[in-house]
Structure formats: structure tokens, C-alpha cells
Design a binder for this molecule. Structure first.
Ligand SMILES: Cc1ncc(COP(=O)(O)O)c(C=O)c1O
Length: 402
């Protein structure tokens, strides 16, 4: 029996740093696409912990693997080898086409921190001491550490933490002229999300990534793709960049959210010759690649491959999009696979619709003031998709009623 909502809120208020604007619900259990709150109410979870639980909650294979590993070996230091970390790195490298090396971390921000440090080392080794600048885009989100915040193109998130590390600048997303003007001989890397996630689910327009790749090659800058939210099946392909066609191969790819299905883990993959810019001692994190988290991730990837989750995400995303587009109050649906934004139009109040959905048992979130984000489990069933659409329709109706 869990504590009551009021008891949870009281202890939270007294002891947890108030960094999160919390919503008035406390979850205590999950199973597949369902979440249960402290009062015993069930919800259809179409957010998956912000695109993290891509196999749904409490996936039995992941739960069994974590329990087994917890009884076997949770952690040793990276001073030593362990038997799980290299297997996970091997699998990620295979998914990315091979010829790379992987650094394992604990979060998306940490994976990006690794990518930025690596790009600086590589840039300075090949282009001299001035080649350490990173160009990213407005509307991007790369994390909340000081360095990843400096790369994040959202001035309102940066304001209260100035001065941030130097060497970062942003240009408008999808503006190739602005990018070409910003990338010069001091640029070690261009850093992008194939679909901007926290910025409002903004997919890169057709041809954009290929052109960015060309600019990077021409100016000898690395292309870092932040696939923390888009990676591992979410967009209907293993990686978001795969939508851009064969010609676009990134130099560095970061991943996190879906990798552990909720067990904290992040990964930075880089082409082997780039990864070689790091010497032993250059970068480290105590928990990175520990057997417990690595075993969870290895199992997640095994299930994803067995279930062909990219194809399932593409199919479910198409069904969801087709059902939502005609709903009254919906202006457009954007995104790919199961990373979707439902745009409600200029005068709308997405937060009010989010609340009306929650009252009716559906979890989504207002990713912008006028758009809802949908990112359910990639194993979501057709019946669950239809149920979510019916709740969304009722919520839109309730909010629009005079
Ligand atoms: C694209 C992207 N990069 C990086 C991050 C940061 O990841 P974390 O919160 O695990 O540090 C996020 C988190 O939302 C993200 O969406």
C-alpha cells in the first residue's frame, strides 16, 4: 500500500529541492502503457517518462535482467574491465554501422558533455588551439550541465546561470545560410538534434542534414547528432538521422533516454579515429558502463531487435497521426514515428488540454504553449492508440466548450 498523495507532497516539499514545477499527481506503479497513481487511478501513459520507457513500464525481460544482474555484480570501477560493458558497446556500434567506439555515461547531458569534450580535443589536435567552438541551433536542448546548457539554444534557460562556458554559438534551426556563415576554421563541431525534442518536436526539413554534413566536411568540423530523445527506434528508424538518407553519416552520436528503459544510462558513440583523440585519463565517470545499467541496456536492445520496435513505432505513429489530424481543434500533427506534437493553433492553451487529458486518464505534455507532445511506449497496441485518441478528442471538446 503506497502513501497518500498528500503525504508524498508534504515530504517532497520539506526535503526535495524545488527545481521542478510539479504537476499534482504521484505515480507509484506502472505496467506496459499503464501508470497507476497514489490514489489507485489508472492512466494511459503517452509520454513514457519523456520518451524514456520505450518498452513500457516494468518490462518483464528488463526487470528480470536487472534483478539477475543485481544479484551477480552491480558495479566495479572503470579501473577494471567488466564483462557487460564491451558487449553493450559492441551492440551500439553495430547499430550505428560499425567502426566506432563508445563511452558510457549516466544521462543525456553527460553523453553530450563527452561529445563536446571529444570534439574539442579532436579539433585542437587537428586544427590548432583555436578550434574549439561549437555551433548549435536555437530551440535545441542538449542538457542542463553548464556546458550542455551553453550548447542549448534557449536563452531563457541560460539567463540565470551566466557566465556559461565560452565557445558556443547558436543559429536558427533549418537555416543553412546562417549555419554556413557561423561555421569557420575555429569550429570543432556542429551539434544538432535530427528532430528538436524539447524545442517543440521540430523535424529537420528534407535535405537539411545532408547539407549540414557537406558544410561540416568542407570546413573540417565534426557533425555531432544528439539522438538522446530521437534515438533507438523512437522516430520509426533506429536513429533519427536515418530519415535523411544514406549520404548522411554523423561523426558522433549521443543517446540516453530509451537506452535503459528507465535505468539511468547514456552513451556517446564516435568514429574510431575521432575517439582516438581521447587518451586514457582524459574523460571518466564513476558509474558509466557499470554492469547493472549496461545489462539493462543490453536487454533493452535485445528486446528492441526481437520486436523490431522501429517498424512498430512507424506503424503506430502513422495510425496515431491519421486518427488525430481530423479532430476538431487540431491544426496539424508534426514529428515522426512515435515522437509527435499535436499543434492546436495560435489561440489555444495546450496546458489546459494536457490537464483535461489527465483528468480523463491520459498522460501527455504541453511541449510548447500551443502543442502537446505524444511519445508513448513503442510497443503501444492499436487498442491503446484508439483509446488515447478518444480521450484526447473528449479533452479537446471539453476545453473548447464555452
Ligand atoms: C535531445 C536531448 N539532449 C539531451 C537531453 C538531456 O538529457 P538528460 O536530461 O538525461 O541529461 C535531453 C533531455 O530531454 C534531450 O531531449
Amino acid at each position: 500500500m503506497s502513501e497518500s498523495f498528500d503525504a508524498i507532497v508534504k515530504v517532497d516539499a520539506e526535503h526535495v529541492m524545488a527545481t521542478y514545477p510539479r504537476l499534482p499527481v504521484a505515480f507509484v506503479r506502472g505496467e506496459g502503457t499503464r501508470l497507476y497513481d497514489s490514489e489507485g487511478r489508472a492512466y494511459l501513459d503517452f509520454l513514457s517518462g519523456l520518451a524514456v520507457c520505450s518498452l513500457g513500464h516494468a518490462h518483464p525481460a528488463v526487470a528480470d535482467a536487472v534483478a539477475d544482474q543485481a544479484r551477480t555484480l552491480v558495479h566495479v570501477s572503470n579501473l577494471y574491465y567488466n564483462d557487460v560493458q564491451p558487449r553493450l558497446a559492441e551492440r551500439l556500434d553495430t547499430l550505428l554501422g560499425g567502426g566506432g567506439r563508445v563511452f558510457l555515461a549516466n544521462s543525456g547531458a553527460e553523453a553530450n558533455e563527452c561529445a563536446i569534450k571529444l570534439a574539442r580535443r579532436y579539433g585542437q589536435a587537428h586544427g590548432g588551439p583555436e578550434r574549439y567552438h561549437v555551433v548549435s541551433t536555437y530551440g535545441s536542448f542538449h542538457g542542463r550541465t553548464l556546458t550542455t546548457l551553453a550548447a542549448t539554444g534557449q536563452p531563457q534557460k541560460q539567463e540565470r546561470f551566466q557566465p556559461l562556458p565560452s565557445g558556443f554559438r547558436q543559429v536558427a534551426f533549418a537555416d543553412l545560410d546562417a549555419l554556413a556563415a557561423a561555421v569557420d576554421e575555429r569550429t570543432c563541431a556542429v551539434m544538432l538534434e535530427p528532430v528538436q525534442g524539447e524545442g517543440g518536436i521540430n523535424p529537420a526539413p528534407a535535405g537539411y542534414l545532408a547539407e549540414v554534413r557537406r558544410i561540416c566536411d568542407e570546413r573540417e568540423a565534426l557533425l555531432i547528432l544528439d539522438e538522446v530523445q530521437t534515438g533507438l527506434g523512437r522516430t520509426g528508424r533506429w536513429f533519427g538521422f536515418e530519415h535523411a538518407g544514406d549520404g548522411v553519416r554523423p561523426d558522433v552520436v549521443t543517446m540516453a533516454k530509451a537506452l535503459g528503459n528507465g535505468v539511468p544510462i547514456g552513451a556517446c558513440w564516435a568514429r574510431a579515429d575521432i575517439a582516438a583523440a581521447f587518451a586514457p585519463g582524459d574523460h571518466a565517470t564513476t558509474f558509466g558502463g557499470q554492469p547493472l545499467a549496461a545489462r539493462a541496456a543490453l536487454t533493452v536492445l535485445e528486446v528492441m531487435e526481437a520486436e523490431d520496435v522501429p517498424a512498430r513505432a512507424a506503424r503506430a505513429g502513422a495510425r496515431l497521426t491519421a486518427a488525430i489530424e481530423p479532430l476538431p481543434g487540431v491544426e496539424a500533427v508534426r514529428g515522426t514515428g512515435l515522437l509527435l506534437a499535436v499543434e492546436l493553433g495560435a489561440d489555444s492553451d495546450a496546458k489546459a488540454v494536457e490537464l483535461a487529458c489527465r483528468e480523463r486518464g491520459l498522460i501527455v505534455n504541453a511541449v510548447t504553449p500551443t502543442a502537446l507532445r505524444l511519445a508513448p511506449s513503442l510497443l503501444v497496441s492499436d487498442d491503446e492508440v484508439d483509446e488515447a485518441v478518444a480521450i484526447l478528442a473528449a479533452a479537446l471538446d471539453a476545453v473548447s466548450a464555452p
